[in-house]
Design a protein around this ligand. Structure first.
Ligand code: NAD
Length: 459
């Protein structure tokens, strides 16, 4: 798309926003309902696109994308009236008589930049927050999942006028052109390095933003954990979408007293889920493209306990366990974002807390332990976007929990009410009455300081 076309979309959206239509609550509800209807009518096309881009099975696509989007829409429709009501707050005595409230107002035109690994969820879930909050939106899906990008554009075209919500397909150059506009909000999902470029662009124009980034999410398995259960849940969370999940357990930290049992149980569960030839399993996805395949293939070295098989022409990398990994190994440098699971062992929780804290803050952190002390010790002494105890991934499914990172793993959060809040400016409103008042705050100030301090409660 040319710069002129992008400018025209942006200006028309600005005009539409100022018409006030998007702020009407009934309009927002109607739009959410319309989106749901069009999504449902395109359900099979969504599954086909995800299969073509990632060889994702319809069940996994439903579980991690389609179903999650529909749930977000239902939750927003159910709660929107409550969310949009101005929140009354107390007013201090000195300011009386007056009323105070906080009003959630839409920003205007929001840009939503998506990633390719969950292309539908990462475009539509933020969009639901944007609609609920009363904004116009431009969506830039990832060009790396081209079939999904096309279907996202089709769904939006069938649901809304361009003046309200548009999809602009394209690569980094297109995104750069969109970023030249004076947007009112930027919501970005992607890698940390591109996140920094987005933040730099936003800072130049003081545009508020959210960054949903990635990182290396540790998964700790303590000696008193239910090993069979832990292995099953780790294997599911790691090899879902062939490991191309931002909150996948990136690596396992196994207590050295249970590591042999854990390794055995992990292997057993991989075979149980995908068979002894996972390339033949209809449930095991592929790597998104050659570039990522080659990046991952280079990391397959060391003590390969299981898997390690690759097929370049099919972009297949088998579920792989690498044992006896050290913190200094190459695989421990960057987010893996693929089906390779390094296992590191530890002796004391204190030693791994130090290692975790010496690195960038993770997006998610997993602990498998029955002992409450160990759970709390890890939660209190580390920082991460989220923590999930005795499970993986599921913390993102609860609409009452914020989903987002901290530091290098992101800024801001969304899901459920948090999406509405993210796409809303919280406007403080004070309404004074014209009744007579004490002239204590007005000049001349002589003799008023003591009284003022007393009224504010300061001695
Ligand atoms: P990416 O950063 O390469 O791309 C994300 C988006 O940015 C794409 O739409 C792309 O077109 C655009 N982009 C790329 N280069 C750009 C540039 N120079 N200027 C402006 N825009 C540019 O990320 P990806 O490869 O699509 O996704 C993988 C990363 O995303 C991983 O690190 C993963 O952890 C993270 N991720 C995070 C979440 C989350 O919710 N926190 C979800 C999914 C993925």
């Amino acid at each position: 798309m040319t710069k002129k076309e992008i400018q025209s979309i942006f200006q028309n959206q600005k005009k539409y926003f100022f018409s006030g239509k998007t702020k009407e609550i009934d309009f927002r509800i109607e739009c959410l309902k319309k989106l749901k209807e069009v999504l449902i009518s395109n359900e099979n096309l969504i599954y086909e696109a995800l299969y073509t881009d990632l060889k994702k099975s319809p069940t996994e696509s439903y579980n991690t994308e389609f179903g999650a989007i529909i749930e977000e829409i239902n939750f927003a429709i159910k709660n929107i009236k409550k969310w949009t009501r101005a929140e009354k707050v107390k007013t201090p005595l000195l300011l009386m008589p007056a009323k105070s409230s906080v009003l959630s107002e839409p920003y205007g035109v929001c840009l939503i930049i998506g990633a390719w690994n969950y292309p539908f969820a990462l475009s539509f879930c933020p969009l639901i927050g944007s609609i609920a909050a009363g904004n116009c939106a431009i969506i830039k899906p990832s060009e790396v999942a081209p079939n999904s990008s096309k279907i996202i554009a089709k769904i939006i075209q069938e649901s809304f006028n361009k003046e309200y919500i548009s999809v602009i397909e394209g690569n980094a150059k297109t995104t750069t052109l969109i970023l030249e506009e004076k947007l009112d909000y930027i919501f970005f999902t992607g890698g940390t390095e591109i996140g920094k470029i987005i933040a730099e662009n936003a800072a130049k124009k003081l545009i508020p933003y959210t960054l949903e980034l990635g990182g290396k999410s540790p998964c700790i398995v303590e000696e008193d954990a239910d090993i069979e259960m832990a292995a099953k849940r780790i294997v599911w969370g790691k090899f879902l979408n062939a490991g191309q999940t931002c909150i996948a357990p990136d690596y396992v930290l196994a207590n050295n007293r249970i590591k042999p049992q854990l390794n055995f149980a992990i292997k057993k569960n991989i075979i149980k889920f995908y068979g002894s030839a996972p390339e033949e399993s209809p449930d095991y996805p592929r790597i998104i493209n050659k570039k990522h395949f080659e990046r991952l293939e280079k990391l397959i070295k060391g003590n390969i306990l299981f898997g390690g098989k690759t097929k370049k022409n099919d972009l297949y990398i088998s579920p792989t366990i690498i044992d006896n990994v050290k913190w200094s190994d190459e695989i421990m440098k960057d987010e893996i974002f693929g089906p390779l699971l390094p296992i590191l062992e530890y002796d004391s929780l204190a030693s791994i807390v130090k290692e975790i804290n010496d690195r960038e803050k993770p997006l998610a952190l997993y602990i498998f332990a029955e002992n409450k002390w160990a759970q709390e010790y890890i939660i209190k002494n580390t920082s991460s976007g989220s923590v999930c105890v005795n499970a993986t991934i599921l913390q993102t499914v609860n609409p009452n929990l914020p989903f987002g990172g901290v530091g290098n793993s992101g800024i801001g959060s969304y899901h459920g009410k948090h999406s509405f809040d993210t796409f809303s400016h919280k406007k403080a409103i004070m309404s004074k009455s014209s009744w007579p008042e004490l002239d204590i705050s007005y000049p001349p100030y002589k003799g008023k300081l003591k009284i003022l301090k007393k009224i504010w409660g300061n001695k």
